[in-house]
Design a binder for this molecule. Structure first.
Ligand code: SAT
Ligand code: MN
Length: 605
């Protein structure tokens, strides 16, 4: 890599060496200079996004001990990364929205006043990159040329983050071209510091289009294009500009005969979004000609097309950051293929032959391996070999079921929106909202049992409106109103559904087989969206009648289906009470439409 000296403007004793300086626009140059003065890196490296660069960075990472090169026969182009054991999930309690007034952030966000936010982090960034390289990472969220696409530039001292951004976004010179001379880019500043939870903050400054993150190298905390830009900052911009940034997968379903339907679905982190987005239909459906393709597995940006009055959507990301445990050839062959080459594994176990392992990969555990913390592991070690939130990072193009339109700047038309959570009791397998407003209420009252994707207790029901609770970049009251108002722009709206793949019987057995068999529920959703399938009106919404869901070839009794779909009025009254937990927080700010919806629901019960 060519080395050229940097113009020495600052008071630093020695100017950092600048590697491969591209021609960047003056606003970027000015901001990078300021951050260099602040962080004082030894070196500056501008990422260009080339294959050669990626290989060089991996090689560097192996030399630095950031990556372990895996068995290249079995896993070509794949590397293992072990994170600091204190840094394995998003840190929601250390995530802040920084605005002039607390009301802009609302009751569900941690808030710091803007100036106080900068003041808190400035001393942490000061000199943070001494002895390190600052990577300058230009990236685009969204298909190149899309009117909704957004440019960001991340400065980071983490090589792992630099390489991961290359997989997760459209990264490199392409972003400079998309930006042109504009100064409209998200300023993302990141340092891992000493990976100390006491000095860990993820701060968003939506009014400045700025993100500052310190003290963590973990996905959602550190790959700033993802949750920080594409959800928190983007949801704020969407509210101002009349579009929506949502925590949803986006899948295409091709029916026999070729009819194509796109479905978006919101589930909280680690509730099977990636699995649903990459679903492989059961054999019977495949034989008929059904095919599922993936547009995205985590985030969608939606807007209403002016000509058609219908909702269209893009996936702003270019890769997957998926949960690994439980993934295997049966549960998600597409994910297995996607992580089979040119991928990063984080916090999985390492086998003696340089292959990887995790709980649920194979029925029988390996005789021995090295666990995610780097220690020798055997099946009787009494602990997990892979971290429950271990992840793979892979480019979207690795997915054999990638949708042909996944990179289309014009996006795809959304016919249905699905909300879902992980609920072992109370909530039926599937039902349809009576209308848009009722659907918004279903999304707003969503609850899910917590998982390992965020720090904190696992397995308690948490209210998670639209699966966006940790990701709404502004006041949740305004967010709900925005959802309701979006309807006015639409001539025809996507139909809204609620699903729960996770209901259990009294003995804790799952009532529904899930995975590929979810196709049966999806088919009903698709048919309902096109005004075809039957349903009966129930207290909760429209539900498939016996016979409306295709159960042929499934080892599941009518009694089991009844149990899956049953609604216990008393249990549901308790559910409504527990929904109050969030609504009480909103108090006087609760949209009156929600009060009416709740009253109607109580009346029906
Ligand atoms: O926050 S991450 O993007 O790292 C994982 C998730 O919660 O979806
Ligand atoms: Mn997610």
């Amino acid at each position: 890599m060519p080395v050229s000296p940097a113009p020495s403007k600052s008071a630093r004793p020695a100017a950092p060496a600048v590697h491969a300086t591209p021609v960047v626009n003056p606003s970027v140059r000015k901001w990078v200079d300021e951050c260099v003065d602040l962080c004082k890196p030894d070196d500056i490296y501008y990422c260009n996004g080339s294959i050669e660069e990626r290989e060089a960075l991996f090689d560097q990472g192996v030399r630095d001990g950031v990556f372990i090169k895996l068995n290249q026969q079995k896993l070509p182009g794949c590397y293992l990364h072990r994170s600091n054991p204190n840094d394995v999930a998003r840190s929601e309690h250390l995530t802040f929205i920084c605005t002039p007034s607390q009301d802009m952030a609302g009751v569900t966000n941690n808030w710091i006043e803007t100036k106080a936010g900068y003041a808190k982090l400035l001393p942490l960034f000061d000199g943070s990159m001494r002895g390190r390289t600052m990577y300058v990472i230009p990236f685009v969220m969204g298909p190149i040329g899309s009117p909704l696409a957004k440019v960001g530039v991340q400065l980071t001292d983490s090589l792992y983050v630099a390489v991961s951004m290359g997989l997760m976004t459209r990264m490199g010179d392409v972003a400079w071209r998309q930006l042109g001379q504009s100064d409209e880019f998200t300023r993302c500043l990141h340092s891992v510091l000493d990976v100390n939870p006491d000095r860990r903050y993820v701060c968003h400054f939506p009014l400045d289009n700025t993100i500052w993150s310190v003290g963590s190298g973990y996905g959602g905390n550190a790959l700033l294009g993802k949750k920080c830009l594409a959800l928190r900052i983007a949801s704020f911009l969407g509210q101002q500009q009349g579009w929506m940034a949502e925590h949803m997968l986006l899948m295409g379903a091709t029916a026999p005969g070729g009819e194509k339907t796109y479905v978006a679905a919101a589930f909280p982190s680690a509730c099977g979004k990636t699995n649903f987005a990459m679903l492989i239909p059961p054999k019977k459906y495949r034989d008929q000609g059904w095919k599922i393709t993936t547009v995205g597995d985590d985030i969608v940006w939606m807007w209403v097309d002016e000509k058609s009055g219908r909702v269209r959507a893009i996936n702003p990301e270019a890769g997957y950051f998926g949960v690994v445990p439980g993934t295997n050839e049966r549960t998600n062959p597409n994910a297995m293929a996607a992580m089979g080459h040119d991928a990063i594994y984080t916090n999985v176990a390492l086998l003696p032959d340089g292959d990887v392992w995790w709980e649920g990969k194979t029925k029988a555990p390996p005789a021995e391996c090295v666990d995610w913390t780097g220690q020798k592991w055997t099946p009787d070690s009494g602990r997990k070999a892979a971290h429950p939130n271990s992840r793979f990072t892979a480019p979207a193009r690795n997915n054999p079921a990638i949708d042909p339109a996944w990179d289309d700047p014009n996006g795809v038309e959304v016919a249905a929106i699905v909300f879902g959570g992980r609920r072992s009791r109370t909530v039926p397998l599937v039902y349809q909202a009576f209308n848009w407003l009722h659907g918004v209420y279903l999304g707003a009252t969503m609850g899910s049992e917590t998982t390992a994707a965020a720090t904190g207790a696992v397995g308690v029901v948490r209210r998670d409106p639209m699966a966006m609770l940790p990701f709404i970049g502004y006041n949740i009251r305004d967010y709900f109103v925005h959802w309701m108002r979006m309807r006015r722009r639409m001539t025809d709206c996507p139909r809204i559904f609620h699903v729960n793949w996770f209901r259990q019987d009294a003995d804790g057995n799952y009532l529904w087989p899930g995975f590929g068999e979810n196709m049966r529920v999806l088919k009903w959703i698709i048919d309902r969206s096109h005004g075809r399938a039957y349903a009966k009106e129930t207290m909760l919404g429209w539900m498939p009648k016996a016979g409306d869901l295709d159960l042929e070839g499934l080892d599941i009794s009518p009694a089991q289906i009844d149990a899956l779909q049953s609604v216990d009025a008393n249990e549901f009254k308790a559910e409504i009470l527990s929904q109050e937990e969030l609504f009480l927080k909103l108090a006087g700010d609760l949209p009156k439409e929600f009060v009416f919806q709740r009253e109607l629901l109580i009346a029906r019960l």
